[in-house]
Design a protein around this ligand. Structure first.
Ligand code: IPE
Ligand code: IPE
Ligand code: MG
Length: 227
């Protein structure tokens, strides 16, 4: 029994390339295995009763990678989403995204929209993929909207224009692969998040480790500046 479940968990899924390299495989094999772990962790989060799970899948900086890797990731995403639809339906999972989708191909944008429409009435876990996501980009886009609408600049107004408006603050941030940094992920939303960094590479991450981290979270004392 795990107590004090976080409402919103965010994960920086890192280490796919190193996992593949350690096995003498091409980096993309790590992404393929990583996609399977996304399914395992989404199901685990849904089963235990987490409300929002945001997964960093592609950053605004990841376009710097070799063209072949970027193209592979785009194809993998399209394939993953199409395969996932029956699982989203079975698990009552709603699919959402954060990030600027306009940079993706029309085909991929169509797939994303299709899966969002099909799952929009599901009422269990919301799985949010961060796609072409950068926190600075998100904040700038939100400020531009505030400005266009001549609204007061305050926290509440800014938040309603963030891509994450419907999901709120992050309670628990996890990063795999041993890197201890946030890499432009949800900078606003993690203001008071608990953080857990694990050396496990994302393709080796699993449900047991995820539940251990949730237990650790449950034992933390969140004070939010109080006593
Ligand atoms: C994370 O794994 C997946 C994406 C960023 C798409 P990496 O591809 O960053 O793997 P490493 O960090 O090179 O091992
Ligand atoms: C962060 O991982 C982005 C994703 C997990 C999608 P990176 O591997 O791109 O981050 P850095 O370059 O190590 O900071
Ligand atoms: Mg990485």
């Amino acid at each position: 029994m795990i107590t004090n479940l976080p409402k919103h968990v965010a994960i920086i899924m890192d280490g796919n390339g190193r996992w593949a390299k350690n096995r003498g495989l091409n980096r993309v094999k790590g992404h393929e295995r990583g996609a399977e772990v996304v399914r395992e962790i989404t199901t685990a989060a849904s089963d235990i009763g987490i409300k929002f799970l945001t997964l960093y899948a592609f950053s605004t900086e990841n376009w710097k990678r070799p063209k072949m890797e970027v193209e592979f990731l785009m194809k993998l995403l399209d394939r993953y989403l199409k395969n996932e639809l029956p699982i989203y339906m079975k698990e009552n999972v709603k699919f959402e995204t954060v990030g600027d989708l306009s940079k993706f191909s029309k085909t991929l944008q169509k797939t994303i929209q299709h899966i969002k429409n099909k799952t929009k009435n599901n009422s269990g876990l919301t799985q949010i993929l961060a796609l072409n996501y950068g926190s600075r980009d998100e904040i700038i886009r939100a400020i531009k909207k505030l400005n266009e609408n001549h609204e007061d600049i305050n926290e509440q107004n800014l938040e309603k224009y963030l891509d994450s408006a419907n999901f709120g603050d992050v309670d628990l941030l996890i990063r795999t692969s041993g890197e201890v940094r946030v890499s432009n992920f949800l900078l606003w939303q993690i203001a008071y998040a608990e953080m857990v960094f694990t050396d496990t590479l994302w393709p080796d991450f699993n449900k047991d480790e995820f539940y251990d981290i949730l237990k650790e979270y449950g034992n933390r004392d969140r004070r939010f500046g109080g006593v």
